[in-house]
Design a protein around this ligand. Structure first.
Ligand SMILES: C[S@@+](CC[C@H](N)C(=O)[O-])C[C@H]1O[C@@H](n2cnc3c(N)ncnc32)[C@H](O)[C@@H]1O
Length: 277
């Protein structure tokens, strides 16, 4: 194995915290005092109840198989997508580089930034200097469902989970810095997708990775960005197999635009296809 492959192999595992035996479901690690105090209090309460013989909901212990498939929300890792979907990013990015497919790389929905950090590392290792990695996110979590416009999002509660899902742009930038990968080939699109994506200064894409969890977030990214994806480039949908609204957005868009490329499963959750025309 070359040192480049060793670096990439190690990096993707570090970004998902593959080897640390952490708890799968843990309190969100927020910096502000209010959250720290809240969880300190809950922790004390839990221990008190346990000592009195009450059964307390146990945290899900770390499980390598779940982490491989990205089925837990890690406490420390920079990405929650798991090993298989990381490997899929590696395949798609390298394939488009080898085949000289023009265009930048984007993820819509970056959370702590692990997937886009990995994309930047892949470009660096391949010596690619003419592609940008775009990180699009509200950096405030998910929007409240717009049920009138997007009925498929009715009852979606992701917006209530902002104590876990809202990661600031500054935190994501710091995560890039930790790996020495923040430079002018990384650009941030801060705001709701409906506001940022249609006017984003992106000419062409070679990899378009959607990870916005909802119908709205998926369809808005497709409408604004799929036409910019080069033939030979890849569309990756993180939540295809697990979020019905996301799958519906994909199906609706394919039908509207008469897309027939075969959808390839990655790990039961994620899926992708290569744009053929
Ligand atoms: C599941 S997380 C992404 C996980 C990430 N790709 C990883 O590697 O771990 C979903 C992200 O999408 C963002 N998001 C979802 N819908 C959005 C929207 N409509 N506009 C802006 N950001 C959105 C959230 O803020 C959150 O950071």
């Amino acid at each position: 194995m070359s040192t480049d492959s060793l670096y990439i192999d190690l990096l993707k595992k570090v970004l998902i915290d593959y080897h640390r035996m952490e708890m799968g479901e843990t309190p969100p690690l927020r910096k502000d005092k209010r959250h720290k105090l809240r969880y300190k209090f809950l922790f004390m309460l839990e221990n008190m109840l346990k000592n009195k013989g009450f059964t307390v909901r146990e945290k899900i212990p770390y499980n390598k198989d779940r982490r491989e498939l990205g089925l837990d929300w890690p406490a420390y890792a920079e990405s929650m997508i798991g090993l298989k979907r990381m490997e899929n990013i590696e395949f798609c990015v390298n394939d488009t580089i080898q085949n000289h497919i023009p265009g930048d790389l984007i993820e819509t929905g970056v959370w702590r930034g692990g997937s886009v950090i990995f994309m930047r590392a892949l470009l660096k290792v391949a010596g690619v200097t003419d592609k940008i990695v775009w990180a699009a996110d509200s950096f405030e979590g998910l929007p409240k469902p717009d049920e009138e416009k997007y009925a498929a999002d009715k009852g979606d509660n992701h917006h209530t989970l902002s104590d876990i899902l809202a990661i600031s742009e500054e935190d994501v930038r710091n995560n890039f810095k930790k790996y020495g990968l923040l430079d002018d080939q990384v650009k941030f699109l801060k705001g709701w997708f409906k506001d940022t994506l249609p006017t984003a200064p992106i000419e062409k894409l070679s990899v378009l990775r959607l990870d916005g969890d909802m119908y709205e977030s998926t369809i808005q990214a497709l409408d604004a960005l799929y036409p910019k994806l080069s033939v030979g480039g890849y569309l990756i949908i993180d939540d295809y197999g697990v979020v019905p609204g996301c799958k519906k957005a994909i199906m609706d868009y394919r039908q509207q635009h008469d897309l027939t490329e075969a959808i390839i499963d990655i790990d039961g959750s994620g899926a992708y296809w290569k744009k053929l025309r």
